[in-house]
Design a protein around this ligand. Sequence first.
Ligand code: SF4
Length: 184
Amino acid sequence: MLVATVRNYVTSADVKEYVYCPAIVWIRHVLNVEEPQDFNMAFGRSKSYRLDVLERVGVRKPWSFEVFLRNPSKGIAGVVDVVGGSGRFEVVELKAFRRRSFSHFKSQLMFHAYLVSTTMGPVTRAYLVLDDRVRAYVVNETATRDVERIIEGVRRVRESERPPRASRSWKCRLCWYRRYCPSA
Ligand code: SF4
């Protein structure tokens, strides 16, 4: 099982939650609380209906879906929605809905690009698909440094007995973890 196998790894879920709000990472790992999956989350993970977007964007083929990767030396792991190409790769993150705020999804995507580049080979481009909207990002040294900084941030939060500083914002209203939130 993925959770048991990679318990000590920094995962793409950690990265996404850390960028959304670092307190969620702390609640999940230190308080050991996990949001149950609901219908919208399951629907959001259904990828097959966005193949038209991959064709339109021109993501390199062949395509591989739901690619589980881990890098033991870096202690990172995740499931990449789509890896395109061979030799030089492109990475895609598929989300079923448009979002008002998506920086956490961009960070998850760039984490996946980093994961692919350190396990399979160089990644040239990364695509974030939000319903039918597509954002393309170049994968370069700056992006790599940003991902490494986030990974270190996740580790610090996970290893701390004290919760991280988290600012209350409009996100709190939507946050399933607010009942456990140290900032509430
Ligand atoms: S309620 Fe707000 S501060 Fe607390 S974990 Fe959720 S988003 Fe973060």
